[in-house]
Structures are given as C-alpha cells and as structure tokens.
Design a protein. Structure first.
Length: 199
C-alpha cells in the first residue's frame, strides 16, 4: 500500500515536471530552457528533476510528449459527442485553432521552430505525428462519408493541416479555421491551375 502511494506520488511529480517543462519551453524556447527554472517552478531540487529524467534532452522530449498527449486527450473529449464525420473534422480544426488561446502552455508543440530546436538539442520530437495521424483518420472519415471530395488524400490533407497549424497566421488567430481552409483551397486550386498550364 505504502509502495503504491509512493509510486503514485512519483508519477504525479514526474507529470508536473513535464507540464512545467512544456510551459517553460513555450515561454523561453529550447535554447534558453534551463532545468533549474523547471525545478524552481515545480518547487523541487534540481536533483529531483534528474531522478525522473536522465538529462535535459530527455526532459524536453518528455515535455513535448506530455503536451501532445494532453492535446490528444482534449481533442478526443471534444469529438466524443459528435457523430457526423464532417462536424468531427470541423471540430478538430477549431480545436487546433484554439490551442494558442486555450492551451498556451502546449502551443509550443505546434511551433515548428521549437521542435527543430529541441531536435538539435537531442530531444526526440515525433509527437506531432500522433496529431497528424489522428487528423488523417478524421479526413478519411469525412471523405468516406462524402463530406469532402473523394479524390482528397487523407495523409496529404492531414500533413497540410498540421503544417498550417504551425504558421503564425493560424497560431496568432489572424483568421479562423474556416477562413484559413478557404484560403488554402483557393491557393491550392490556383497552384493546380498553374501546374496544369505548365504541363
């Protein structure tokens, strides 16, 4: 019983450290990120952080993983009451568009520059792939239901959405998700016409 409580406390402390690391990365970026700052925010000694994480890269990678897992949980909660495939896809896009406002501590996950910085430091940052895979499923469901054109490639669409979600236009809320997708549609149609004119 006591061992179980100790393990639970250790797991909660590890999750708290990862959460504070994600917040710190979002505020300071990877290159100014300091383990001391995370320890101070959590209220533990720096050595306690290193009991949970082997090094700075491990902590940064875990922070991105924690952020991704939290975002995916939030997305699934948002989608759980929606049955219509097109509405599910729309809700997912609205959820992504709201991350900078609703979850600023996790906004760093969508910042490609931070992901590149983390990778340069040595942290593994494949977490965005999990969000992209989920979007791919949602696009496929909407396509199969006839809500979007049948020639849409779900993998390409999901990667495009993920890429757009990492742009300043999306992340700063300049345009809503519907307006952004309308612009993407216009741009891609324009590029397609240029391509066919070249052929």
């Amino acid at each position: 019983m006591r061992e179980r409580l100790r393990e639970k406390n250790r797991r909660q402390r590890t999750e708290m450290i990862a959460l504070e690391a994600a917040r710190t990365i979002g505020e300071d970026g990877c290159f100014r990120f300091r383990v001391d700052d995370v320890a101070q925010r959590v209220g533990v000694a720096k050595g306690t952080v290193y009991l949970a994480f082997s090094d700075k890269a491990d902590l940064i990678g875990s922070a991105f993983s924690h952020a991704c897992a939290s975002l995916l949980r939030g997305l699934e909660e948002r989608l759980s009451a929606i049955a219509d495939p097109s509405e599910r896809l729309r809700a997912a896009l609205e959820y992504l568009a709201a991350i900078p406002v609703d979850s600023p501590e996790f906004d760093a996950l969508l910042d490609g520059r931070l992901a590149c910085s983390a990778a340069w430091i040595g942290a593994r940052t494949p977490m965005i792939d999990a969000i992209t895979r989920r979007l791919e499923e949602l696009v496929r469901e909407a396509r199969d239901a006839g809500s979007i054109p049948g020639n849409v490639d779900p993998a390409a669409a999901a990667q495009l959405i993920t890429a757009i979600a990492r742009t300043a236009m999306w992340r700063e809320g300049v345009l809503g998700s519907g307006e952004i997708l309308q612009q993407v549609s216009l741009v891609t149609m324009g590029l397609a016409s240029l391509w066919s004119a070249d052929a």
